[in-house]
Structure formats: structure tokens, C-alpha cells
Design a protein around this ligand. Structure first.
Ligand code: SF4
Ligand code: SF4
Length: 103
């Protein structure tokens, strides 16, 4: 099954100020579980850190998977630009659109 094409840039995990469900992990906006750009609690990370599982359990009630993926991908790229992260990590929106049409 198709899954969200995260490029593991780490931008979301280092931008957690004001994210209520991650308050306990927040150290100056960076998650304490992010070490060397990897999540050290990956297998037990919170539901909202799991893009696909969060869709299945929460967001599928209100939107399609296609719309959810697209909104997330655009937000990822926007965050990467704001954090000046290398372009190689951008999610390819055209490829994503082509892929989600196949879901
Ligand atoms: S910002 Fe997006 S692409 Fe980067 S690690 Fe987070 S989910 Fe993945
Ligand atoms: S728990 Fe893991 S996936 Fe969630 S914000 Fe922290 S480092 Fe990222």
C-alpha cells in the first residue's frame, strides 16, 4: 500500500514549539527524541507523529487520504524552506499527485 513519502528531513521534529501533544518532549523547539536527525523512539512515537496511522485513526473522518497527503507534503516543503533545509529533501509534489491518483 502507498504510504506518505517522508524524506526524513527532520524539519517537523525540530519545529515543535506550540505543538500541544509534544510539549513533554520540547526543548527549545526541538524534540528531545531527535538524535542525529533520527527519532530514538520511532517504534513507540506518538500517534500524531505517524502520518499514516494518524490518518487512519483521526483524519480519515474528515478528509480523503489524497487531500491529507497533499496538505502534509506542502507543509513539509514549506517548513523545509523556512528552515533552509537542502532542496534534496523536498517532497516531489507532482510525483505525489501522480501516486495518490492510484490509491
Ligand atoms: S517535515 Fe515532512 S518530510 Fe520532513 S521529516 Fe517531517 S514528515 Fe518527513
Ligand atoms: S517523537 Fe520522534 S517522530 Fe515525534 S517529533 Fe519527536 S523525534 Fe519526531
Amino acid at each position: 500500500m502507498y504510504s506518505f513519502p517522508c524524506t526524513e528531513c527532520g524539519a517537523c521534529c525540530s519545529s515543535i514549539n506550540n505543538i500541544e501533544f509534544l510539549t513533554e518532549y520540547n526543548r527549545d523547539g526541538v524534540c528531545v527524541n531527535l538524535v542525529n536527525n533520527r527519532c530514538t523512539i520511532y517504534e513507540s512515537r506518538p500517534l500524531l507523529c505517524r502520518v499514516d496511522a494518524a490518518f487512519d485513526e483521526i483524519f480519515s473522518k474528515n478528509m480523503t487520504r489524497e487531500a491529507y497527503y497533499l496538505a502534509n507534503a506542502l507543509a513539509c516543503n514549506e517548513l523545509q524552506v523556512a528552515k533552509n533545509i537542502d532542496k534534496k529533501f523536498r517532497i516531489d509534489i507532482d510525483s505525489l499527485k501522480a501516486s495518490i491518483r492510484l490509491i
